[in-house]
Ligand binder design. Sequence first.
Ligand code: T3D
Length: 263
Amino acid sequence: MSVSSILTQVEGGVARITLNRPDVLNSFDTPMALELQEALARVEADQSVRAVYLTGAGRAFCAGQDLGEAVAREGKGTLNFAEHLRRTYNPIVAALRALPKPVVCGVNGVAAGAGANLAFACDLVIASADAKFIQAFINIGLVPDTGGSFFLPRLVGTAQATALMMLGLPITAEQAQQTGLIYKVVPAGTLEEGGYGIARQLAGQPTAAIGLIKQLLRASLYNTLEQQLELEAEIQQQASDTTDFAEGVRAFLEKRKPSFTGA
Ligand code: T3D
């Protein structure tokens, strides 16, 4: 019986998506990449899902491309690397960024190559203290993909990004937090509380507005100040049309806790 490479479980408004190839440190073969794309499409369509939690099974988060598959693929000569990226990782990164719901990445162990950059494509990255991050590409003669060359300079600046990409050395979760690569590090063994807990918290917030925040953040990477001010005006209009805005204001005036539905 074949076991799915991606496990999805929806509970309390949170879709937990687990990379599930622990024997090879959850490295990506093509079926796992395609399954992750399907899982992301399902959580986008599922109105009961208001936040996503992405993590790995076993001791690792994700060791990037399954190198066994990469070698086999190259040997057959049926696919080239560019086509592979266009079919597998690129749509995953695009889907994570476009998803109008918050995505929390709980990095439970090593995150290498495409696995590290998958984490950086998420909205909030929370890592266990015993996790580490490696831009492993250069160690096998490749260049960063899965959005790494886009996200890293923006997250940590060119000097740090260059060193991470060229040296290919592991950094600890603590160092990743200090450089601004990730949001937070939590003590080993507490990721469920510190990572999944944040996804649960987000699922109870005005999640339509969180989707709109994602739009603003995405656009701010390219916009001038004038363009961004105009976009804020347009998007604030959309936020103010939500029932969560009406509920938020009513609850404030009535001095009670708001009950947000994401609508
Ligand atoms: O089109 C394309 O394909 C291009 C796309 C490229 C995207 C990329 O992600 S390129 C980068 C690929 N990833 C790597 O180069 C990382 C390779 N792995 C490692 O460097 C180390 O495994 C780690 C630093 C991640 C962890 O080290 P450690 O000592 O904790 O574990 P380990 O003993 O090396 O690995 C445990 C097992 O997982 C081992 O198998 P075994 O001996 O128990 O049977 C190892 O072979 C397997 N494994 C780890 N990473 C991969 C892998 N198997 C296949 N592919 C892997 N990436």
